[in-house]
Design a protein around this ligand. Structure first.
Ligand code: SF4
Length: 496
């Protein structure tokens, strides 16, 4: 069982001695210290200590990427997340569900370029029975036994429970019933999609119809008990307060502690292997139409509404409180419209203003995640949403993995993201950041270390052929360009 670093709650997060100990893995940040760092530390300092922490875990040499394909098998979804531009109702013209044969074709293309896994996620489509999934998984394992199936994020799993009505007295038992059947059919691991922000008031506003934090974390817990290795994610830079980001990381760390107690069990339990953050992308989304904070004169001098609600909710101390052992107190217990207007004068604007993230906020949040999540192995750079060069800088702000070199993405790109890179470019970005690129698998074991002259980037003589290209997207029904959009471009998307 791993030894948990000790907290030193009496120290300021600015204490260089504390930060050096955190970077060495010898001390653990409290949520209060995490918030202090996120809001007060200088950006270069955050990067310096996050980089030191990354080097203490991963060494000075290798930084990784994976080749996979994001297959969004359906865009029909019964949830209505306000940040989503991807979902459709079943009767809309451009609603789709891929056939098993179409999915097989995509995997064959992936396999042909040396890909090792599929990341399969979709909307929560009530028309698909359990057999649709189990037959699909078995057929993939039958045709492509070498491909790792990383699929069905916790919100999808929770909807499976609602759709399939499995036996069980508790949600955990019901999840287990479904997950055991999917695992037996070939599912290898669960992606961390749908994490967004765990704090209940935020989640209730932006994730309409999506499972709450307790259900999300319980799904991952069940997956871990079944020996699966998963990721966790966070989408920030919208209506949330800074404390909400720390609260989110705190829950991941807490539940990770819980499963790591069983790391010596037989059969072995899994756990979270990676944490990936990315900023909200606003284009084509209902949430994106919400005004930016600061557009009204005087606003910027006042407290951002998300910070006011987070302060009142007192997230950091709410984690682990008696009666709320999971730190997932229901939003219904907290009536923020009734908040004391003298103490929280901007709270009435909660959900009515967004605070979008730029590159600096992204790098700061990622750096904090590296320092705070002392029990998570990998931090992913989400360059897809911020651009390749910000992602590259992210390798000096705690990230050790450049995520997916993949062939298509539909969910994030529907909200305006268009960056896509091929394998040589990803390798070049890693090398120019001062590291040796290496292809990894889903468990972060190395497949190929590109140190020599035959490396993908070192073979390139004409970089003009490797600029960012159109991502593959599922074309709306009836449009003739389905195949022209389907350039088999090695591209990338946010890892979920
Ligand atoms: S984010 Fe996922 S769950 Fe939410 S509406 Fe979009 S497809 Fe559905």
């Amino acid at each position: 069982m791993p030894i948990t670093p000790i907290e030193h709650p009496d120290h300021s997060a600015m204490d260089p001695g504390l930060l050096a100990a955190v970077a060495a893995g010898a001390a653990r940040l409290t949520p209060e210290q995490g918030l202090e760092l996120l809001t007060k530390a200088s950006t270069p300092n955050l990067g310096r200590y996050a980089d030191a922490r990354a080097r203490s875990i991963h060494g000075d040499t290798i930084r990784t990427y994976v080749i996979d394909r994001n297959i969004n098998y359906t865009n029909i979804c019964n949830a209505r997340c306000t940040f989503c531009a991807f979902r459709r109702d079943g009767d809309e013209d451009d609603a789709y569900t891929l056939s098993h044969e179409q999915i097989h074709e995509k995997i064959a293309e992936l396999s042909a370029i040396g890909g090792t896994q599929i990341l399969m996620q979709g909307g929560m489509n009530p028309a698909l029975p359990l057999e649709w999934y189990t037959t699909l998984l078995r057929s993939i394992k039958d045709k492509f036994p070498h491909i790792h199936i990383h699929a069905f994020s916790p919100p999808e799993m929770i909807e499976f429970v609602h759709f399939f009505d499995p036996p069980g007295a508790t949600l955990e038992e019901k999840i287990r019933w479904v997950l055991v059947r999917l695992k037996d059919a070939g599912l290898d691991s669960l992606p961390g999609g749908g994490g967004e922000i765990f704090a209940a008031p935020v989640r209730k506003k932006i994730g309409l119809g999506k499972c709450d934090a307790e259900a999300w974390l319980t799904t991952m817990y069940v997956a871990h008990t079944l020996g699966m290795f998963t990721s966790a994610t966070m989408m920030f830079g919208h209506i949330e307060g800074y404390a909400d980001r720390v609260h989110h990381m705190h829950l991941v760390r807490k539940w990770q502690d819980r499963v790591l107690q069983h790391s010596d069990s037989a059969p072995a339990w899994g756990h979270y292997v990676a944490f990936i953050t990315w900023p909200f992308q606003r284009e084509n989304t209902p949430l994106g139409r919400v005004p930016d904070w600061g557009q009204t004169p005087g606003e910027l001098e006042a407290e951002f509404p998300g910070d006011a609600v987070a302060r009142a909710w007192d997230y950091s101390r709410g984690v682990g409180k008696p009666g709320h052992p999971a730190g997932t107190r229901s939003a219904d217990e907290f009536d923020y419209p009734q908040m004391d207007t003298a103490r929280y004068p901007t709270a009435h604007l909660f959900g009515k203003r967004v605070r979008m993230s730029g590159s600096t906020d992204y790098l700061r949040t990622q750096a904090l995640s590296r320092l705070f999540l002392d029990n998570i192995y990998s931090i992913g750079a989400s360059w897809v949403t911020m651009g390749p060069h910000v992602g590259q800088v992210g390798l000096r702000y705690g990230a050790t993995d450049m995520g997916s070199v993949m062939m298509e993405e539909n969910v994030v790109s529907s909200a305006g993201t268009t960056y896509c890179l091929d394998e040589p470019v990803i390798c070049r970005l890693i090398r120019e950041a001062g590291f040796t690129p290496a292809q990894r698998d889903n468990r972060y074991d190395l497949i190929k270390v590109h140190a020599g002259a035959g490396s993908p980037d070192l073979l390139v003589t004409d970089w003009s052929q490797h600029r960012a290209r159109q991502m593959h997207q599922e074309a709306p029904k009836g449009t003739p360009q389905a195949s022209t959009l389907t350039e088999v471009t090695v591209s990338a998307a946010a890892s979920k």
